[in-house]
Design a protein. Structure first.
Lengths: 206, 206, 206, 206
């Protein structure tokens, strides 16, 4: 059976690549008259640490999302309108990540800290829901999937994304209380997915 | 017969992907001294609702345009200068969408509402004309098309895009009267194309 | 013989696609307090006509450069460091086009008109030289080219780009005298290349 | 053995292409009321020479990094989580290059010169370390590499990137003393890699 999803994957890859590379535009260079010498510049850059934190967190978040997108589409062979729509929703949310990232960069270090961390967490909740939706729509009809995929593998991918949801709700609650904990939970989830998605693939090869 | 249009499709995909991902740059982050706390930030973001509306509408518009571009080029196997030019015109208009989107984002909620909705509608009229031109130039000479394509399929694609024109004229008229109706018509057309283009493809497989 | 240049072409396509799509960022949206109603907005947009002219001219210039790049690389099968360097130079200049475009957009309608048109012409002189260099380096050693390419075809491509040089010098001279004539010459050359490169390809198929 | 790394290479190519093309956004166009005539504009552009220097240096740096990335991945056939991570790190650093470039553009010509050259050198130190890490992780297990690759070829690539490290340390030391020398060392290293990587490839074909 021929894989029908190659051009969708190419287009999605391009959107992920652009979204990830545009993030650097949120690192701001100070105006020339605000800086007198090298020490001034270093102080300015040090004070920008939330921008660097947000840049790093969002870069690797989108990168791992791309890895997962790649893994899911290796199992999808045919497409229908529902899959196109769910994938479009993922791409929309991925391209939108740069907005809460910019808010986090500018306001994490101040009074609006809880609000920006909550908004930043929400975008990942939505992305998690969109990935769940994509896999639900694709796995509902085994004719769309890679021939020979086992039920165990389908369930494993399903659980892998579903488990994210309650953890994001915990991160959301923490954002109103100790915002830095929310960011650490988000980071932890991505590390978990980076490691576990590798295992899924291997188990499928058996 | 070998398909000659692969590099054109790859280039077009990249332009669509960049155009769709650059839209997020129109969501503005408030200056640091304009925001004192989280509530200020939420009020600022709420007041930006036309920017979010414009972002969502343009993202999915370009995404569905890409799907349609994909569907049309699945039927085109050879190319000539006329097809290259018509495709270049489509890419030009697609890359330009972000300008009326930015105008809509900033001025939909105010006195200039009718003007920005009219400009926003015009760009889609032009894009519709460019798609009609592309299909007219390609289908005029059946040697350029996929071997074995039926006349019924050619006519169906033709009608599908032609029907859009009178509806856009209605949207243009509404823009001077009740601008929100124009946006709803544009949204409705994209939903129609999202659903109907799937059907075209299926009917071609018969 | 296997074609070795596919990943170079893919990378080049991406740079062309991004360069062409970023041009829209030079169309500026007026600040909210500068515009009271729809008429104000239309006046603002009308006064921005040099920006639209520059956008259109540069978009189609880069688009036709891409078509020509495509045509040249269809004849190149192997690569060496010299070709990589010449191609890198082309990509550098293509990505730089947006800077003289932005200058033209902002200053064509004013005292600095001659200077911006001259700078805008210079970038195309350099791009023309880089294309000549690429084809000189590639065609010098027929082992790098498509097997079976005729000497007539090699010479035809060579002449096609070489003829551009004296015409650009004329455009440069006009820029100090009647700047609009320079832009029309640039436009005319691209139309010539758009049409003639099609003929080259056909003559090669014989 | 089938090559498993094609989609990684495609994604990486896109990130390199975007990173290289976004650099032009750091060339600033003066505000309209700051420029009265053509001479003013030329003076403004001349004073911007550090921005042009930074643009050229970073463009060709990223371009040669891409060439090297291409050469390394021609030797890698399988992938694991470690290679994915090391490649993600390279892409992160490549996308970040535009920030020290913007700092160099704005502050090379002034009091903060040493600081910006040192920061600009640091990013290349990190990129060098990331390339070393990628090749260390890939070459540690010969099952990941192209079948038939010789130990001499593996060692040659290894040494090629390792030699960069002490030279970058020298560039770093010079940045506090004569900053322009650091930039010349960086330039020299890229020229060395541009030339030597060609030789590696040839020696591997034997």
């Amino acid at each position: 059976m021929e894989k029908e999803t190659l051009r969708i994957e190419g287009f999605s890859d391009a959107v992920f690549a652009i979204a990830v590379t545009l993030l650097v535009l949120d690192l701001h260079v100070p105006e020339k008259d605000a800086i007198k010498n090298g020490s001034d510049l270093l102080v300015y850059i040090e004070n920008q640490w939330p921008a660097f934190l947000a840049f790093i967190l969002s870069f690797f978040s989108i990168f791992i999302m791309w890895v997962n997108h790649h893994k899911i589409f290796k199992q999808i062979y045919s497409r229908n309108s529902a899959i196109m729509f769910a994938n479009g929703l993922i791409l929309f949310l991925v391209s939108a990540v740069s907005y809460p990232t910019a808010l986090l960069a500018r306001y994490f270090d101040g009074e609006a800290s809880s609000v920006v961390v909550a908004l930043y967490t929400w975008i990942f909740v939505f992305i998690n829901l969109a990935y769940n939706l994509l896999w639900f729509l694709a796995s509902r009809d085994k004719k769309l999937l890679r021939p020979g995929i086992t039920d165990a593998a389908i369930r494993k991918i399903h659980n892998n994304y579903l488990y994210g949801l309650p953890i994001y709700v915990i991160a959301l609650i923490f954002s109103f209380w100790i915002p830095i904990v929310s960011l650490m939970i988000i980071l932890g989830l991505w590390i978990f997915w980076a490691l576990s998605s590798g295992k899924i693939e291997m188990s499928m090869k058996e």
